[in-house]
Ligand binder design. Structure first.
Ligand code: 6PG
Length: 235
């Protein structure tokens, strides 16, 4: 399990947004100071959007920042389900480099290989992987189903794979590409941002269960060796 897990609880969305924006800005600026460039992975879904919008206003040298989605839905970029489209709309105007990981390969496994090939060119490991979580305990697009094991670990050089969630999540019932558990575990820093009592309960159970958790997020947290900050908005 992550060496140390720190929970930050918030009653007001604005307070959570300010805290995450402050901490992520600090992580990015520190990477820029240390290495002149930063590589960060941001999640999709609805929770991160207002936080990303505020983050984009921060006084950061965005031109030296590369952003990838932690995972993406295999849909065309003009589809509202596209994670990279949401991220690109917010950060391209700021001058950041936003790289898609989804492609239009007919087969989701081929899409995963294509994503992996694209990520092979990047300065690794990511300075930050920012995770979200679903009420089913998935994180990034590491879902229950027959691709769970390959999504967790396909060898240390495999950064992304294709996934067919089983069952398909109702809010976005499509196949995905995702960073692997191994790639997430290699990140220099990791944060997890969730909202609501239901997710909190799932996450607490997953952490208790650890590496053998029935929830993917428990297994992913088990692979992370750096401290993890969890930001939770209470309903
Ligand atoms: C995705 C995600 C995913 C997301 C959670 C939470 O594309 O599905 O990146 O891991 O973060 O499903 O999504 P919500 O914030 O919309 O509940």
């Amino acid at each position: 399990m992550a060496e140390e897990i720190e929970w930050w609880d918030f009653d007001a969305a604005e307070d959570l947004i300010d805290a995450v924006v402050g901490d992520v800005s600090f992580i990015i600026e520190s990477a820029l100071d240390a290495r002149g460039q930063a590589l960060v992975a941001f999640p999709g879904g609805s929770t991160p959007k207002p936080i990303l919008e505020k983050l984009a206003q921060a006084n950061i040298r965005w031109k030296n920042v590369t952003i990838i989605p932690t995972d993406d839905r295999l849909v065309p970029v003009d589809n509202p389900l596209s994670n990279v489209a949401m991220i690109a709309k917010i950060f391209i105007p700021k001058g950041a480099r936003v790289l898609p990981i989804a492609s239009d390969a007919a087969d989701y496994k081929l899409a995963g290989s294509a994503a992996n090939a694209r990520l092979a060119d990047l300065h690794w490991p990511p300075d930050l992987v920012w995770l979200g979580m679903g009420t089913d305990g998935h994180t990034a697009s590491i879902f229950p189903g027959s691709d769970l094991e390959s999504a967790m670990d396909s060898g240390k050089d495999v950064r992304a794979v294709g996934v067919a969630p089983d069952p398909l999540p109702p809010e976005a019932p499509v196949n995905r590409v995702t960073l692997t558990g191994t790639a997430i575990g290699a990140a220099r820093t990791t944060i997890l941002v969730i909202s609501g009592a239901k997710k909190r309960e799932v996450l607490e159970t997953a952490i208790e269960q650890g590496g053998k958790s029935s929830y993917p997020v428990g297994r992913v947290l088990d692979k992370i060796v750096v401290p993890v900050d969890i930001y939770c908005l209470d309903d």
